[in-house]
Ligand binder design. Structure first.
Ligand code: CMC
Length: 456
């Protein structure tokens, strides 16, 4: 097994075991090892002589060392800085593929042939429109609503437009839901943007590619046909590919956990969007630019780094649970930033970002903790140079991650070993004690009255 990453193909034989001796009872147990793991449920047999002992639990807050599923989608080796989708290195996909090709690959496990791809692009293109009621729904938000809050509620609302999506074990229903989500995410995202700017909504243009159409819905004004800058189109395509999946991260785990209740995919995905919103996850790209703005100038970088080292905040865009070397996506993003800046001019804050990176990578605090720039460190600068507002950055991440969320959701549903996600706990509260109220009960509603009220 790759340390800090997902598992390599099994190296063990079926007879490999680990012996555990329980010092409480002096009993020994042989637990099977498969794929570099023991099953936590095998620990249940490890018990004391107390007949009420439910058996040994494994305790792992934040899943630091627990695999919750088997997955054939994304492989990460955090020590070596390797990321592959279905076996294909991220560098090669970023260089040569398209986002929709990657979305197909993630779900189906193989690259699409020409006719699969043409049909898929056609299906996505013809499902980009959203129900007109969605407009009214979006108009209900305040002008300054955060676009991630709007996106999250709008995706959850899609469940009400497509009730048959609840038939999650019907392959056709899953396919159309996944197509709808991939197709409508750019439309909803662009509508959120236009709403916050007070601009009229721009409807999808079926003649354009996935990324061009998105940029058209975001930026088109009175021109009859929007022509996006090809450098921006390719940059966004690459960024979408880089963000398409990242195995069992916080938002994907949220989609899997909520989806494991067998709810519809729109509701499951809105849980993923909620998780992505957080500043420790997808919200970090937004926080990087806020941090850089706070630093203000290159000469303030050393004192800012000292504050981080003193525990007064984090260096946003640095560190990762799995990568303990340079995030391979960040390398690609840094190169991409150079290409974009050649066209639009160097971002005014690039100098601060480069200085932060230079100092951090030579400072023992960051070296000893293996803290390197992650994907979010430079993406914000690219998005800003394309004129996206800071609070919109995580929305761009969410559009791309839709491909991974849905592939992981379907893999979870079809995995015979999966059940409703339901972790155990170690109870630390009081033992049983008798109830004795400390308040005066003035407004008690009798059961009959309450029942009558509910009937009305
Ligand atoms: N700046 C300063 N110190 C840090 C940072 C950072 N960005 N990240 C981790 N550390 C320190 C942390 O304080 C701890 O130090 P100590 O051992 O002295 O207590 C040590 O490094 C280990 O960190 P941790 O918090 O145990 O690591 P984790 O795996 O729980 O957290 C992380 C991973 C990504 C949440 C964290 O590195 C972080 O908060 N980074 C900043 C936010 C960020 O950039 N998030 C984007 C992640 S990549 C894209 C995505 O997932 O969306």
């Amino acid at each position: 097994m790759a340390k800090g990453g997902t598992m390599e193909p099994p190296a063990e034989t079926a007879t490999d075991t680990i012996e555990i001796r329980d010092s409480r009872t002096d009993k020994s147990y042989n637990l099977p090892i498969a794929d570099g793991a023991i099953r936590a449920s095998d620990l249940k047999q490890v018990k004391t002589d107390d007949e009420d002992d439910p058996g040994l639990l494994s305790y792992d807050p934040a899943f630091m060392n627990t695999a919750a599923c088997r997955s054939a989608i994304t492989y990460i080796d955090g020590d070596k800085g390797i990321l592959r989708y279905r076996g294909y290195p991220i560098e090669q996909l970023a260089e040569d593929s398209t986002f929709l090709e990657v979305a197909w690959l993630l779900r189906h496990g193989e690259l699409p042939n020409q006719s699969d791809y043409d049909q898929f692009v056609h299906d996505i293109t013809y499902h980009t429109y959203v129900h007109e009621n969605m407009r009214k729904f979006l108009e209900g938000f305040r002008y300054d609503a955060h676009p991630m809050a709007m996106l999250n509620s709008s995706v959850a609302a899609l469940a009400s437009f497509y009730p048959s999506s609840r038939n999650i074990f019907d392959e056709g229903e899953r396919t159309i839901s996944i197509i709808r989500l991939l197709a409508k995410m750019p439309t909803i995202a662009a509508f959120c943007y236009r709403h916050s700017k007070g601009l009229p909504f721009v409807y999808p243009d079926n003649d354009l590619s996935y990324v061009e159409n998105f940029l058209s819905m975001v930026a088109r004004m009175s021109e009859p046909k929007y022509e996006a800058n090809p450098i921006f189109v390719r940059a966004l395509e690459v960024l979408f590919i880089l963000h398409a999946d990242h195995e069992q991260n916080c938002s994907t785990s949220a989609v899997r956990a909520v989806g494991s209740s067998h709810v519809d995919p729109f509701s499951a995905m809105s849980a993923g969007i909620a998780a992505l919103f957080g500043p420790l996850h997808g919200g970090a790209n937004e926080q990087v630019l806020r941090m850089i703005a706070e630093i203000g100038t290159v000469k303030n970088v050393p004192s800012f780094i000292e504050e981080v080292k003193a525990g007064k905040g984090k260096l946003m865009g640095f560190g990762h649970r799995v990568y303990k070397s340079y995030d391979p996506r960040a390398k690609i993003v840094k190169k991409l930033a150079d290409e974009v800046f050649e066209v639009v001019g160097v971002d005014k804050d690039l100098e601060i970002a480069l200085e932060l990176e230079r100092i951090a990578l030579s400072d023992d605090y960051f070296i000893s903790r293996k803290l390197y720039p992650n994907v979010d460190f430079y993406t914000g600068l690219i998005y800003r140079s394309m004129a996206f507002p800071t609070e919109f950055f995580t929305v761009l991440f969410a559009i791309a991650r839709t491909a991974g969320w849905m592939s992981q959701w379907e893999e979870m549903l079809l995995d015979k070993e999966q059940k409703i996600a339901r972790p155990r706990q170690i109870y630390t509260g009081p033992a049983e004690r008798p109830y004795k109220s400390l308040i005066e009960h003035r407004h008690t509603v009798g059961p009959r009255t309450q029942k009558d009220a509910l009937r009305q």
